[in-house]
Design a protein around this ligand. Structure first.
Ligand code: NAD
Ligand code: GLY
Length: 346
């Protein structure tokens, strides 16, 4: 299966291949950016399929806390030492942390070299590896340094997910639920009937999520409008991640709670029925995802929304479901209405 992206402003089209990686043939120097855990599991498999003149393995420490400028500097240093040039290629082999960092390095090394994403987590396959958002975190927040820079190809292999811990797998499913609720009610039906052991069904879910994301990114590569819908649940999730120092929840888990909070707000505004809200909650819980979080102080939780990149001109942009399979972007919701919903999570 393959999804073709054809971006108006991008310099090239690219394909996202699902379960089609037999061989990658490249010329010139290739830098594989990965981490020790993924390298131990899947680097050998990739090297058996990579045909190129010369390759270099660059490993960075594993974890969101290493998605920072120090790791970027470390990768750049090794590229300079190995005399990479503009005809060289980078390959990101890993989850979203690796693909975000590799894409960012690719976008700034000698003003831009090509890179390929080979995502090894479900979250990176259904979301992070597609669409060209790259970047790192700093002390002011998540993904605040970065660029829009597209890969030249993406290879999603469902085989990688066999070694993924269950919790990480579920976190990826949260992003698939996000796509379904925002854009495609039939995908929600599919997720409800999803059998974790059925590889064909998994590939289909990856395909659907990538197809939906590609459609959004083609319309709005630089997030001037529609692309913001991909942040459903994230406005709440970022506050939860921040309050818990990124330690208690995986990103997808915080998104699951965030979606449940956004749904509560949507239901209170009449955008979604109580039954629809419960249907999504039940699905998230079926995947063992958390749906609740104890808010200690709803006023400081509310104030933290303004740290989000999505808030503009002192207005918070809420991405809300409109039933299932449609969405609304709202910047007009009164503080009291939001606080009332946050209070339900005390
Ligand atoms: P991650 O990259 O930290 O990977 C999670 C864990 O799984 C890591 O310990 C990793 O080493 C391990 N792992 C990876 N593949 C494995 C495999 N096949 N088997 C066993 N273990 C494996 O986390 P993630 O959830 O993939 O990505 C989260 C990151 O993605 C965040 O930094 C987030 O900001 C970013 N993100 C970016 C976008 C985007 O559009 N660019 C979208 C969503 C998320
Ligand atoms: N993950 C959100 C986006 O790519 O826009």
């Amino acid at each position: 299966m393959k999804v073709e992206l054809n971006l108006h402003k991008a310099t090239q089209k690219y394909n996202v291949y699902i379960d089609e990686l037999d061989e990658i043939k490249l010329n010139g120097k290739v830098g594989i950016i990965t981490n020790p855990k993924v390298a131990g599991l899947w680097l050998g498999w990739l090297l058996e399929r990579l045909k190129c003149d010369e390759y270099f393995i660059i490993t960075v420490a594993d974890g969101e806390e290493y998605k920072n400028m120090a790791s970027v500097e470390q990768i750049l240093e090794q590229l300079f030492v190995s005399k990479f040039d503009r005809s060289s290629m980078l390959i990101a082999l890993g989850g979203g942390v690796i693909s975000d960092m590799t894409g960012f390095v690719a976008s700034i090394y000698e003003r831009g070299i090509n890179f390929i994403n080979i995502p090894t987590t479900l979250l990176a396959q259904v979301d992070a590896s597609v669409g060209g958002k790259t970047g790192v975190n700093n002390k002011f927040g998540k993904n605040l340094i970065g660029s829009f820079y597209q890969p030249v190809a993406v290879y999603c292999e469902s085989r990688f997910l066999k070694t993924l811990p269950e919790r990480e797998f579920a976190a990826g499913l949260a992003e698939a639920v996000k796509m379904a609720v925002m854009f495609d009610s039939s995908m929600l039906d599919m997720l409800e009937n999803f059998n974790l052991k059925d590889e064909g069904a998994l590939a289909k879910i990856i395909y659907n999520a990538v197809w939906l994301k590609a459609d959004v990114v083609q319309q709005d590569e630089h997030e001037k409008g529609l692309r913001a819908v991909l942040n459903y649940g994230h406005t709440f999730a970022h506050v939860i991640e921040n309050e818990t120092n990124y330690k208690q929840f995986l990103h997808g888990e915080a998104v699951a709670i965030g979606m449940n909070m956004a749904n509560a707000l949507a239901a209170s505004l009449g955008l979604m029925s109580e039954q629809e809200k419960l249907r999504i909650k039940r699905l998230l819980e079926k995947f063992s995802l958390p749906t609740t979080y104890k808010i200690a102080d709803e006023n400081s939780f509310y104030e933290a929304f303004f740290m989000d990149k999505k808030s503009e001109n002192k207005k918070i942009k809420f991405i809300l479901p409109k039933g299932i399979g449609a969405h609304e972007i709202r910047s007009d919701i009164k503080k009291e209405q939001v606080i009332e919903i946050l209070r339900e999570f005390r």
